[in-house]
Design a protein around this ligand. Structure first.
Ligand code: FPP
Length: 258
């Protein structure tokens, strides 16, 4: 494991990457970066491989970006790992996708602990396999006191589902008299979302050339900057990540003001 840890460090400190860092304003790194990791299937098909080979490669790629985000002191990295719509895929693919958190954490949890990364999950545990839940619960528990990067997996997550659940909870509070209808505002709604402990994303990245949100953080992305690339997720690397951040730093965020 120590060997793997030192590989992490070495990989980050290449001359090329140091050069790239000099182009970034380290005082204006986006605090929360959210990524729709798309294109695993196409990556595999273009090589004549089964789709799950693309997902396996996509899982390996998570490390690269976690490392880059941590090194740049991004506070939160949210990764869309499995959507509530992904259940519509063939069972074998769904099973494989839901085995990825466990596979990833089995190999990387010690490094994440050492790197001071805090693992979190955003989504519903309902219908998830027990082994997936156990693996993520263990990671959440073992990293809960870490103070570095928050690695937030959106797992069995759908934004409309999240909002419907929030509305249900709010309605129940109104029904019981705990909350008055006239007191419902944006803060109250935000506090009932699965992301309630996190700031909204500053930057959204989507790979693979698709230009849509696919039911991802619809409320939270209201004022985020979007960056799309045709690069497929398994090929998306540290330099692409820094390029997205450099572009973000060149945008003027006005939040509807002047
Ligand atoms: C979309 O690509 C990608 C997914 C549905 C899964 C994304 C998951 C990972 C990248 C790995 C997650 C890792 C961990 C550790 C949980 P697609 O299959 O729709 O690709 P396509 O559009 O080219 O078919």
């Amino acid at each position: 494991m120590l060997e793997k840890f030192s590989k992490w460090k070495q990989a980050f400190h290449t001359e090329e990457e140091k050069q790239y860092d000099r182009n970034l304003d380290l005082s204006r790194i986006p605090k929360h970066v959210a990524i729709i990791m798309d294109g695993n299937g196409r990556w595999a098909s273009s090589r004549g491989l089964p789709r799950i080979a693309g997902h396996r490669e996509g899982m390996k790629n998570v490390n690269k970006i976690v490392r880059a985000a941590n090194a740049l002191h991004v506070e939160v990295l949210t990764l869309y790992a499995f959507s509530t719509e992904n259940w519509m895929r063939p069972k074998a693919e769904v099973d494989f996708l839901l085995s990825l958190p466990e596979r990833y954490l089995k190999s990387e949890l010690p490094t994440l602990i050492k790197e001071n990364v805090q693992v979190r999950i955003m989504g519903t545990k309902e219908a998830l396999p027990v082994h997936t839940i156990q693996a993520v619960d263990e990671a959440i528990e073992k990293t809960k006191h870490n103070t570095g990067l928050i690695l937030n997996f959106a797992l069995n997550y759908g934004s409309r589902f999240e909002m419907a659940e929030a509305m249900k909870q709010i309605a129940l509070k109104v029904e019981s008299g705990e909350l008055r209808a006239e007191d419902i505002n944006e803060d109250v709604i935000g506090a009932h979302l699965m992301s309630c402990q996190l700031k909204d994303p500053d930057l959204l990245i989507r790979t693979s050339g698709e230009i849509r949100l696919s039911n991802f953080m619809l409320w939270q992305l209201a004022y985020s900057e979007f960056w799309f690339t045709s690069v497929l997720w398994p090929d998306f690397n540290e330099n692409h990540f820094r390029e997205a951040i450099a572009t973000y730093q060149n945008r003027g965020r006005r939040y509807g003001g002047l």
